[in-house]
Design a protein around this ligand. Structure first.
Ligand code: C5P
Length: 297
């Protein structure tokens, strides 16, 4: 049964951090095979939807975002309508809190939220595997948000292995002054692309290993070095977080945000205040074990 007309469904769409990102090789299709360690964090967009007879519309509080078919929410809705052979419409309202062009997967999480909401609203009865394939076609990070928690991503980032649950990880995420385009960030990756592999301590996580001190020491982001010449404040923000006690400070995804991992909430809280006082926009976040959640469902 489809959800009755007028009833509003709401999804909570979390942000992600890439604790690490290792590029393995460039592929013939232009993408890069990588290994990445994803975690969902408790910074959320909210996506509201109501059934409409035909059109798909979107409004948002973030004025800089397109609301037409360039928006991943609209793309996800169209892709799902086609896959499920549905001719119904939907009216979306997106409450944006996750910064865009930050490497925190906001657009991808919104797309995953649109898939889950419409799957419910339109009663599509598509299999989980089909939804995951649609998600991967929308973007490399979208499948992660259907799962959430801590996952090792391989291939384009869409082949996911859930990792051992981890006690809450405490982060301060310091945002950049300007967004970074993902395609541009990958094009800046200029290391000799002979095949590389991530350290064994990271690959061991997929076999049930813990996020040990050694694994934390080996975290890296291969996209960082290519971006620093054009975005020197990446290095500045990393130094600031390290000086405030972060055990690890790295770019998330293709940036522009930089995360710091702290041993306790108290340390993270203090660092967050100092970072804000230094004039940066930042969020205090903790890892969460879920992905997109349809509320009340
Ligand atoms: O998959 P998504 O749309 O998020 O990717 C945006 C861009 O990032 C791609 O067009 C590609 O240039 C780059 N990318 C890549 N390898 C990946 C993921 C993204 O080269 N694994």
């Amino acid at each position: 049964m489809t959800t009755p007309p007028g009833e509003v469904l709401v999804a909570r769409a979390p942000a992600k951090l890439n604790l690490g990102l290792w590029i393995v090789r460039k592929r013939a299709d232009g993408y890069h095979d990588l290994v990445t360690l994803f975690t969902a964090v408790d910074l959320y967009d909210r996506l509201h939807v109501r059934l409409k007879p035909s059109r798909i519309t979107l409004t948002t509080n973030e004025r800089r975002l397109p609301t037409d078919e360039r928006n991943l929410v609209v793309k996800a809705a169209r892709a799902l309508a086609e896959a499920a052979d549905v001719s119904l419409g939907a009216e979306f309202r997106l409450e944006k809190r996750i910064p865009t062009g930050a490497g925190m997967g906001g657009g991808s999480s919104d797309a995953a939220a649109a898939l889950l909401l419409l799957d419910r609203l339109w009663d599509t009865r598509l299999s989980r595997a089909r939804l995951l394939r649609l998600a991967a076609d929308l973007g490399s990070d979208v499948p992660f948000f259907l799962k959430g928690g801590l996952q090792l991503g391989r291939g384009r980032g869409t082949r996911l292995t859930p990792l051992k649950p981890q006690a809450g990880l405490e982060f301060v995420v310091v945002h950049g002054r300007e967004p970074i385009d993902t395609g541009w960030a990958y094009s800046r990756y200029e290391r000799e692309l002979t095949a590389s592999t991530p350290p064994p301590s990271i690959l061991a996580l997929a076999g049930g290993g813990r996020l040990s001190r050694t694994a934390l020491m080996h975290l890296d982001n291969h996209l960082e070095a290519g971006l620093v010449p054009d975005v020197p404040d990446i290095a500045e923000r990393k130094r600031l977080l390290t000086s405030l006690g972060a055990r690890v400070a790295l770019l998330t995804g293709s940036g522009a945000s930089v995360y710091g991992l702290f041993a306790t909430r108290e340390l993270a809280h203090r660092a967050h205040l100092r970072v804000a006082r230094a004039g940066w926009t930042a969020d205090l976040c903790r890892s969460v074990s879920s992905g997109v959640v349809v509320e009340g469902g």
